[in-house]
Design a protein around this ligand. Structure first.
Ligand code: AMP
Ligand code: FE
Ligand code: FE
Ligand code: ZN
Length: 273
């Protein structure tokens, strides 16, 4: 079973890389990619653990691009994880994440809610930070009852303490991944609010190499529609569970959502070194 979309504690996953590898091995995964948000920090530990479990490991990343002020997740695979251009780009992405956390805390302060952004940022030194960290602090301090409520009330797009992200468009993110020797895939297009977005950013192989067709939150119709889209546009296909941990949502896909072997072979034939 091939799962090319997995998160660790290097970003917003619950399991450290070695523990994630244990978990996915137990679920029957034989080829895996770790795709943390805007960091390759989990890859080294995951590679060593995968080797011990006899799992084929593909280096991965999930980079947040911005299109029309909305987040678009772009997956990368088979790149050189030590590529300097990629490292510089990811450093800037994580710096912007810290800026955003600080600004969200300022908005919360204006609403009378005090969150120590500097402490949260310090706790996550070397890893990428995101809104879930603020959500957890809001739950911990009793301001809301759940992560979901934290997003609904304060953190989601348009909510009371929402701060937009600034960042590169998908085209630029695709270029960074390709320049590092990798293949770029638009993550979970079935979750895009704007159905026209995919036409703009994935019209064909000039724009991006692949789209993610198989994903925990794609129903049967969506999967079929995206597969037809990829085939019509001459795009490659990726897929994975997007597992973040057993208590983190999107849990049902692990061991169930897989990239079919034939699609993986096409990717690997072109991009694996
Ligand atoms: P950020 O990277 O700071 O934009 O945060 C995005 C992350 O927040 C996503 O990867 C999800 O894990 C999480 N997230 C986004 N919206 C929600 C929501 N409504 N409820 C819970 N978690 C969410
Ligand atoms: Fe995530
Ligand atoms: Fe994503
Ligand atoms: Zn993901």
């Amino acid at each position: 079973m091939i799962d090319l979309h997995l998160h660790t504690t290097a970003s917003d996953g619950r399991l450290a890389p070695a523990a994630l590898v244990e978990r996915v091995a137990a679920a029957g995964v034989t080829v895996m990619a770790v795709t943390d948000h805007d960091t390759v920090g989990g890859l080294g530990e995951a590679i060593r653990a995968a080797r011990q479990h006899g799992i084929r490991f593909v280096p991965g990343i999930e980079i947040t691009a911005v299109e029309d002020a909305r987040d678009v997740h772009v997956l990368g695979y088979f790149f050189d994880r030590r590529n300097a251009g990629l490292a510089t780009f990811l450093d800037a992405q994580r710096a912007d994440r810290r800026r955003r956390i600080t600004e969200i805390a300022a908005r919360l302060a204006a609403l009378g809610i005090r969150i120590d952004a500097d402490a949260l940022i310090a706790e996550r030194a070397g890893r990428s930070i995101g809104r879930p960290v603020i959500a957890a602090a809001l739950v911990r301090d009793g301001h809301v009852a759940s992560i979901a409520e934290a997003f609904d009330k304060y953190l989601a797009t348009g909510a009371a303490a929402f701060v937009p992200r600034s960042g590169a468009p998908a085209r630029e993110v695709v270029r960074v991944i390709r320049d590092a020797g990798g293949v770029a895939s638009i993550a979970h297009p079935g979750l895009h609010r704007d159905p026209e977005l995919l036409n703009r950013i994935a019209a064909g192989p000039d724009d991006v190499d692949a789209i993610e067709v198989f994903h925990t939150e794609h129903d049967e119709d969506t999967t079929a529609r995206l597969l037809a889209f990829a085939e019509a546009r001459g795009l490659l296909v990726t897929g994975g569970s997007d597992f973040h941990g057993d208590d983190a949502g999107r849990t049902v896909g692990l061991g169930r959502i897989a990239l079919p072997d034939a699609w993986f072979a096409r990717l690997a034939d072109r991009f694996a070194s």
